[in-house]
Design a protein around this ligand. Structure first.
Ligand SMILES: *Cc1c(COP(=O)(O)O)cnc(C)c1O
Length: 801
């Protein structure tokens, strides 16, 4: 948009006066931020209404992306960027004597997700708007986001994240679009005048779902899409009907907290209520909106695509069936045809424990009508498939089995498309996790490799690098990130390579300043910044990284005079509060950090910093500063990964197993520009099939490994007698489920190679450049364009090949 500085300054001062009735000089950064947010929202309001109007006028097919998590990060800078007003606003703010960085930091970072799943949904929202596609988000407005992590005595402590305390500048409450979601009660069949039977659903516990909409601003276009998050409230008749305190609390609880766990199912009825709550509210509002512009529901699937991001929103399938049949008298077959043509599903994990299953009694008690519909889907599935495929395979894949509702199977059966998120992951879905369903529905399966919003992870997070790139190849890559490839022409340009070094140094300094002020640890910026940031999980193998730190520590202790390449090991990770093992790993890394950072023999050759409260905002600080990107999951376990892409585009070299999208990153950037190691997925499956992995044998055969692993139980690291033993036992007594010891030697070899290679600045920088240049292909813009073409069948404006 066009904006003059003088105009902005005038509007901003007015905004401050109107909102706070004080002079600018008497406002806090929080107030300055809120006023700026409101002003920008106002500046964009015309685009937002115009976008909705134009979709309606042109009867554009809409995509609704359902996700129980959205992790958008702070919106101020990305909205300014996308509107093209960054320079004007920054300058105006500066000339008013305000500190822009302080204003930026005053914005709470909405933690409405655990990690990669929620961040992917947010990147996709940004990309859909930016390529000019009618893509809406649908999720939950959690009153409290993912917990705030602090360390006390090295242990993780979880504090509530009261992110709405000062209000939310970007959202709009739309009470007039609220709808009722019904739980419990009874279903009975009522005879109609024509003799047919119709289900009546009554004595329900009703919850009012109120939508809060946030505009998702496209990049330098006039598109603004909508992210709709639902909040649970008392129904409007609350005055007449009596609600006990516990009934009120039950309603409140539905959207109170995000489940702080993205892999283990809590098996709790509250989680199921959350899932049905936002699925039902979302589908109701979609149907209502659709019918405001169409007479019949017959062509619904031509105008609406609903995407199920992981299994949590799977109940959109029976919910749409319910609305079509019970509220619009659609016969089953037509309703089923409309529903399956509308729905598509992304699977995000091969971890068995993350495939959601609900005990039938719980499901049926909470959602009796929905259960009847699932039962009928199940009955028809069996009747249709048993004659063709036999009873065994149909038993294994039916939506109901083992006394449970199996959400992933329901999602596959009720959708027309099922995708994995990287080529290896999709292959494993077809061969292993969903192999039976693949046999029955091979045509539904496809791959859509994850992507990231370059705008946030490069243009917002790494402004020095963005400026440097622009100075070399212009700005066209902002619209078409594959053009970053043009940078490879400058591989031999020593001046440019040196400028890249300077940029990295500047970013490392910024992080070092943060670490100094927040943690009191001094780190040197000429050290290798070796970064592992992601949820703490056994399969992601922070333990392998930890063993390498112990090895490096022992090595320096053994010969304090020997020359080493200085290193800083940087971690960021939250552990699910109930995940005992993960919390033990945090404790041990923190204890190890204490030992290493305070040992005079070590000095500044080796530092370990576990930065608390990892989230999108910290990612934006850490990623531009990274030299090494640790992507060391057990092969086959990380479906895609996206921090690998963010780090690549910021010039970090990957130290990676052949897992998830690492494989594609290595292929894109060239093997010689990354460090790969370890078992392949087929090696891992080989061990499973032969059942012959013995971690103890590896331990016995490698004296150096023994020394390192033994440090977990020798009191060398103070204060971890229980936690050290727990990890030690997981590696030896319990046979090392994630093959840490199997990969250890190969991993160490590559770490040593990195220490060597880092000394050759020019060669290193060329590799870094190769990573940046090849990273454009992982832009989420391309990912959503592929979804649009192959799955959703919706148009978009920006041409992306
Ligand atoms: C990108 C991102 C993730 C995903 O990281 P992976 O290493 O791919 O698991 C998790 N959390 C946040 C805050 C992110 O930005």
């Amino acid at each position: 948009m066009e904006l003059k500085e003088a105009e902005f300054v005038r509007d901003y001062i007015n905004e401050i006066r109107a909102a706070y009735a004080v002079e600018l000089k008497d406002t806090s950064p929080m107030e300055q931020y809120m006023a700026l947010g409101h002003l920008i929202k106002r500046y964009n309001s015309e685009n937002w209404t115009d976008t909705s109007k134009s979709y309606r006028k042109n009867d554009v097919k809409q995509v609704y992306y359902f996700s129980i998590e959205f992790l958008p990060g702070r919106l101020l800078q990305s909205n300014m960027l996308n509107l093209g007003i960054t320079d004007v606003v920054k300058k105006g703010i500066r000339n008013l004597g305000l500190d822009f960085d302080k204003i930026v930091r005053a914005e709470p970072d909405p933690g409405l997700g655990n990690g990669g799943l929620g961040r992917l949904a947010a990147c996709y929202m940004d990309s859909m708007a930016s390529i000019g596609m009618a893509g809406n988000g649908n999720g939950i407005r959690y009153r409290y986001g993912l917990f705030k992590q602090v360390f006390m005595d090295g242990y993780q402590v979880e504090l509530p994240d009261d992110w709405l305390r000062n209000g939310n500048a970007w959202e709009v409450r739309r009470e007039n679009r609220a709808c009722l979601v019904k739980f419990g009660g009874h279903v009975w069949m009522q005879e109609q005048p024509d003799g047919s039977l119709k289900p009546v659903y009554d004595h329900t516990d009703d919850v009012l779902a109120v939508p809060y909409d946030t505009g998702i601003i496209g990049y330098h276009n006039v598109v603004t899409n909508t992210l709709r998050l639902w909040s649970a409230e008392l129904p409007p008749n609350a005055e007449e009907k009596y609600y006990s305190q516990s009934q009120r609390d039950n309603i409140d609880d539905i959207t109170k907290v995000l489940y702080p766990d993205d892999s283990n199912e809590e098996g709790r009825s509250l989680r199921l209520r959350q899932e049905y709550f936002f699925s039902s509210a979302g589908v109701q509002s979609i149907v209502r909106h659709y019918l405001s512009g169409h007479i019949s529901l017959k062509r619904f699937a031509q105008k609406v695509a609903i995407h199920i991001n992981d299994t949590h929103p799977t109940l959109v399938i029976p919910e749409l069936m319910r609305i079509l049949m019970d509220e619009h008298d659609c016969p089953w077959d037509l309703a089923w045809q409309i529903t399956t043509s509308t729905m598509s599903y992304t699977n995000h994990t091969i971890m068995q424990e993350a495939l959601e299953k609900w005990p039938i009694p719980m499901f049926q008690g909470l959602l009796p009508r929905i259960y009847q519909i699932v039962e009928e889907i199940n009955r028809r599935y069996r009747a249709a498939k048993i004659p063709v495929f036999g009873e065994d395979i149909v038993d294994r894949t039916a939506p109901l089995g083992d006394g449970q509702v199996r959400m992933a199977y329901l999602a596959v059966i009720g959708s027309h498309s099922v995708n994995g998120v990287a080529p290896l992951h999709t292959e494993l879905l077809e061969k292993d996790v969903l192999a039976d369903l693949y046999r029955i529905y091979p045509e539904k399966f496809n791959n859509k490799t994850n992507g990231i919003a370059e705008r946030r992870w490069l243009e917002v997070a790494n402004q020095p690098l963005t400026k440097l790139i622009d100075s070399k190849i212009g700005k066209e890559w902002h619209f078409n990130p594959k053009l970053l490839q043009e940078l490879s022409a400058f591989e031999g340009d020593t001046k440019f390579l040196n400028q890249l070094v300077d940029v990295k140094k500047e970013n490392k300094q910024r992080l070092a300043d943060y670490v100094q002020s927040e943690m009191g640890i001094t780190i040197r910026t000429d050290a290798i910044f070796d970064v592992q940031i992601k949820r703490l999980h056994a399969y992601k193998r922070q333990v392998l990284h930890m063993l390498e730190i112990i090895r490096e520590y022992l090595e320096i202790k053994h010969d304090p005079k020997a020359e080493v390449t200085p290193r800083v090991h940087i971690f960021g990770a939250k552990a699910a509060p109930s995940y005992h093992y993960a919390k033990s790993v945090i404790k041990v890394i923190n204890a190890l950090a204490d030992l290493v950072n305070n040992d005079p023999d070590i000095g500044d050759k080796l530092k370990v910093v576990f930065i608390p409260n990892y989230g999108v905002s910290l990612g934006e600080l850490i990623i531009p500063a990274a030299d090494i990107s640790e992507q060391i999951s057990t092969a086959s376990k990380e479906a895609s990964g996206t921090s690998n892409m963010k780090l690549m585009t910021n010039g970090a070299l990957s130290l990676a197993t052949l897992d998830g999208a690492n494989i594609d990153i290595i292929r894109a950037a060239g093997k010689q520009n990354e460090y790969t190691f370890g078992l392949t997925a087929s090696d891992v499956y080989g061990y499973y099939h032969r059942n012959d992995y013995r971690s103890k044998a590896i331990y016995d055969s490698n004296p150096e490994l023994q020394k390192v692993v033994n440090c977990l139980i020798t009191n060398m690291i103070p204060g971890i007698s229980t936690e050290g033993r727990e990890i030690y036992d997981s590696l030896l007594q319990y046979n090392d489920e994630y093959f840490v010891l199997a990969d250890y030697a190969d991993y160490v070899k590559q770490q040593k190679q990195i220490s060597q290679d880092f000394k050759d600045v020019e060669t290193w920088q060329k590799k870094s450049l190769a990573n940046i240049a090849a990273s454009g292909t992982f832009s989420a813009d391309y990912s959503v364009a592929r979804y649009a073409e192959d799955i959703w069948q919706v148009p978009y404006k920006r041409i992306l090949k």
